[in-house]
Design a binder for this molecule. Structure first.
Ligand SMILES: Nc1nc2c(c(=O)[nH]1)N[C@H]1C(S)=C(S)[C@@H](COP(=O)(O)OP(=O)(O)OC[C@H]3O[C@@H](n4cnc5c(=O)[nH]c(N)nc54)[C@H](O)[C@@H]3O)O[C@H]1N2
Ligand SMILES: Nc1nc2c(c(=O)[nH]1)N[C@H]1C(S)=C(S)[C@@H](COP(=O)(O)OP(=O)(O)OC[C@H]3O[C@@H](n4cnc5c(=O)[nH]c(N)nc54)[C@H](O)[C@@H]3O)O[C@H]1N2
Ligand code: SF4
Ligand SMILES: [Mo]
Length: 747
């Protein structure tokens, strides 16, 4: 059937073969960079070193790009002064130059046209593409109000388009990093302590004596500073306790691996709380001074004994008691890690609350080796007129649901874009920048319906990712190595700022997002919001306000500032938490007032039917989501994902090592491609595991196409957290198909 917006393969334009104008490192991952390069790092072979911070993930390590006299980027190394990386980039950051040198990059603006009845893209000039977008946005605003435009974003480019939308009169701005990622944790910690743990997390792993990881798979989750701190803590003798149905890298470095039955973590957490309270192991002075609701909590967990939890989690009661004692022995230098990607089973805020409560009982918040207080430099906003006040906003798309959503929920913005009789707050146009929504958010049918209904869909990306195939206009951003961007102003142990500047000129017709935003803004008559010629003017002005200059930052890359506030609670002070009462909420009055459980309760989740296994997913150290799947440096390290299968299960199914299978989920959805079997004791028999970000079906991604399977397509059942709208994605089950299923070939 002809749809309003056919999915178009950008390859049909034959753009894939354009020659490279920049350099490609012949890059083989060894220690961190090839020897012949690292050994002559400051030698005269290099024209210059240019300050940047990494965009391969959102840890944003500061680094130096080395550029040869003939403008080839030779390598990127970490900035030694940066506490986020200590001079060492992870494999992805080192391989980041592959993002710049990728021959499949988007090269010119593209516009959707119908030719002989078939939809296709044609190359367009920037002027034409930008004029088209501005005219459409004006038409939408004239008819339905500026609020009918929404933005989906992730990464550096998001800020410029948020500014554009805010100036235009909309604050419908959403990112998958909330409702598909850290939303539950932030909400759970906020409800308990009055604030969350930020990014980079304010966990004092370096100085901890006991680190408890609930699923959090540091090591595969390659957030740089955290990985380094964890290895430092291990060297200093810290006890690591990892709760994971899979022997993750972290679990393999742990004193205790608790191979929990997936989806039952809340039972374990409640049992730990029970042991700390009833075995008198909690930090009494801390709780008495800083927390409220203890008596209610004590009563609440009375029956949540380790024996009770055993039947649910499959973890032995002695092990639960023993690990609780380990935590108490280390307290307050102990961290029950809050995790990051926490949208698992739909009761994720409650699980995060239980984690927060454990930290509170142990006195971890505000103590060395626990959770510290961050401090950062506030970069003043470049002066602009006040934003207009939108007549309605993303909160209206919640329709009374998810009362504790502090950020926009991607899925309610998607839902608000599907026309329906009497719908009050309808969204008509999207800008999507730096997020491959097709792979990042679940509920594909809803997403497709929304995208088919839009009057305007603009995608800003560097690569021909799946999402670009649905756009009316595709705008090619240059990569992080070819542009100035906002200053990185991290709040952490030490306040720092870092500069990203272009190592080389943008290749092809690509442009930075700040420029794209400004161009659209000016065409919309919003020039007053862009009162500068070049982004350098903004940076120069901002740096002056914080006692630096562009000249200085280009030279040093990263600047540290002295702290003005305490890192930990001063025991003599009258410290107040940022909750309404100033006290830690063991029993949340806010949740109670909103009709939710004020303390976490265990509720069972759906189990797989016969012959099906729980689909769990995670990260690999050499890839970031779907964004690196085509990066040749990283594809060389890990070309595809594989499915981890327990040997018992493999035997039952007669699966051989490295055999390719298709996965079929509980709703009959079959993976687009097949995936290699990895038979390993490192996973429980009731689950299978794959790394997210593979199984690309867009042919222009010549390296990524058809490699492995995509977890997102198998996630058709979502358990939405009623408290903040997070989409729990781990309630899906798959079985194996050993022969290629007959189905229509997809593009
Ligand atoms: N099934 C499943 N879904 C998940 C997850 C999962 O593990 N499994 N993880 C969740 C989590 S934790 C998160 S945070 C989200 C992440 O979700 P996303 O941020 O959407 O992640 P990516 O899939 O990497 O998409 C990034 C997009 O940005 C583009 N890009 C890269 N660099 C630039 C740039 O400089 N400028 C512009 N304009 N674009 C750029 C890439 O080409 C790619 O299209 O996904 C969530 N969704
Ligand atoms: N290399 C790399 N590093 C990354 C990223 C990346 O793309 N690549 N992305 C970054 C981002 S945005 C995020 S949010 C983080 C995500 O990383 P984390 O927050 O560390 O991890 P999760 O995705 O929540 O959890 C994955 C782990 O949970 C386990 N697991 C699955 N089900 C259960 C369960 O029911 N109970 C328990 N206890 N464990 C379970 C899996 O086996 C796996 O080891 O990683 C960050 N770091
Ligand atoms: S952790 Fe790795 S990918 Fe992420 S910003 Fe740092 S170097 Fe880049
Ligand atoms: Mo994330």
């Amino acid at each position: 059937m002809r749809t309003r917006r056919d999915f178009i393969k950008i390859s049909s334009l034959g753009l894939g073969a354009a020659a490279l104008t920049g350099g490609v490192v012949n890059w083989v991952f060894g220690a961190s960079v090839p020897k012949d390069i690292s050994s002559k790092s400051q030698s005269s072979a290099y024209g210059k070193k240019v300050s940047t911070y990494c965009e391969v993930c959102f840890w944003k390590c500061a680094g130096w790009a080395y550029v040869t006299p003939n403008n080839q980027i030779q390598k990127i190394i970490g900035n030694a002064d940066d506490p986020q990386c200590n001079g060492r980039l992870c494999p992805r950051g080192t391989g980041g130059v592959g993002m710049f040198s990728d021959p499949d990059r988007l090269k010119t603006p593209l516009m959707r046209v119908t030719k002989d009845g078939v939809q296709t893209y044609r190359e367009a000039s920037w002027d034409e593409a930008l004029n088209f977008i501005a005219a459409k946005m004006k038409a939408i605003a004239a008819k339905d109000g500026p609020e009918s435009m929404a933005l989906f974003n992730h990464g550096s480019s998001g800020k410029y388009f948020t500014h554009l939308l805010n100036a235009f009169g909309s604050n419908n701005v959403a990112a998958p990093s909330f409702a598909q990622c850290r939303g539950p944790r932030d909400t759970g910690f906020d409800l308990t302590f009055g604030e969350s743990v930020s990014s980079p997390e304010v966990t004092d792993i370096r100085d901890t004596r006991c680190l408890v990881l609930i699923g959090s798979h540091i090591g595969e989750n390659m957030h740089n500073g955290q990985v380094q701190e964890m290895s430092e803590a291990i060297d200093k003798g810290a006890v690591i306790i990892t709760v994971d149905p899979r022997l993750s890298t972290a679990a393999s470095k742990s004193k205790y691996w608790l191979p929990i039955k997936p989806s039952t973590d809340l039972a374990l957490l409640l049992a730990w709380i029970h042991v700390l309270i009833y075995d008198d192991l909690y930090n009494k002075a801390y709780v008495a001074k800083y927390a409220e609701g203890f008596d209610e909590l004590k009563e609440h967990v009375k029956n949540y004994t380790p024996e009770w939890a055993y039947g649910i989690t499959t973890l032995k009661p002695e092990l639960i008691r023993h690990t609780a004692r380990e935590m108490a022995n280390a307290a307050p230098s102990v961290i029950i890690h809050p995790g990051r990607h926490t949208t698992w089973y739909g009761d994720d805020v409650q699980r995060s609350r239980a984690i927060a409560i454990l930290n509170a009982l142990l006195g971890a918040w505000g103590n060395r080796g626990g959770i510290f207080f961050k401090e950062g430099i506030k970069i003043p906003e470049f002066p602009h007129p006040e934003y207009p006040k939108p007549a309605w906003s993303w909160q209206n798309t919640l329709n009374g649901r998810y009362p504790f959503a502090k950020e926009a929920v991607t899925n309610t913005i998607v839902e608000a874009s599907i026309p329906a009789e009497g719908k009050e707050h309808l969204i008509k146009g999207w800008i999507v920048s730096g997020t491959n929504l097709v792979v990042s958010i679940p509920l594909k049918d809803q997403l497709m319906k929304a995208m088919q209904s839009l009057e305007l869909l603009v995608v800003v990306d560097t690569m021909p990712m799946e999402i670009t195939g649905y756009a009316d206009v595709v705008l090619p951003e240059c990569t992080y190595l070819e542009r100035y961007d906002d200053l990185r102003a991290t709040a952490h142990r030490e306040p720092t700022i870092a500069l990203r500047m272009p190592a080389v000129e943008p290749m092809y017709e690509t442009k930075p997002a700040w420029w794209i935003s400004k161009q659209i803004g000016e065409r919309l008559g919003l020039g007053a919001f862009y009162n500068y010629k070049d982004f350098k003017d903004v940076l120069e002005w901002q740096l002056k306000q914080v006692g630096s200059s562009l000249e200085e930052m280009e030279r040093i890359g990263l600047k540290k500032y002295a702290r003005k506030t305490a890192v930990y609670i001063d025991p003599g002070s009258d410290f107040k938490f940022k909750t309404l009462s100033g006290k830690i909420q063991l029993n949340s009055k806010e949740l109670q007032a909103a009709g939710f459980d004020s303390m976490p309760k265990y509720t069972p989740h759906p189990e797989p039917q016969q012959g099906f296994y729980r689909l769990i997913y995670g990260r690999a150290p050499m890839h970031t989501f779907s964004r690196t799947a085509n990066n040749r440096n990283l594809v060389a390290l890990m070309p595809e994902n594989c499915v981890w299968v327990n040997p018992q299960v493999a035997e039952l199914w007669g699966l051989e090592k490295d055999q390719y299978v298709w996965l079929k989920n509980q709703d009959g959805v079959i993976s687009n491609f097949s995936v290699k079997v990895r038979i390993t004791e490192r996973i429980r028999w009731d689950s299978v595991y794959i790394v997210h970000g593979f199984g690309h079906h867009h042919k222009p991604l010549t390296y990524a196409f058809g490699r492995g399977v995509n977890d997102t397509e198998l996630i058709t059942r979502v358990a939405t957290d009623p408290i903040m709208g997070g989409t729990g994605m781990r309630g899906n089950f798959v079985t194996f198909l050993k022969n290629e299923p007959k189905k229509e070939a997809k593009s």
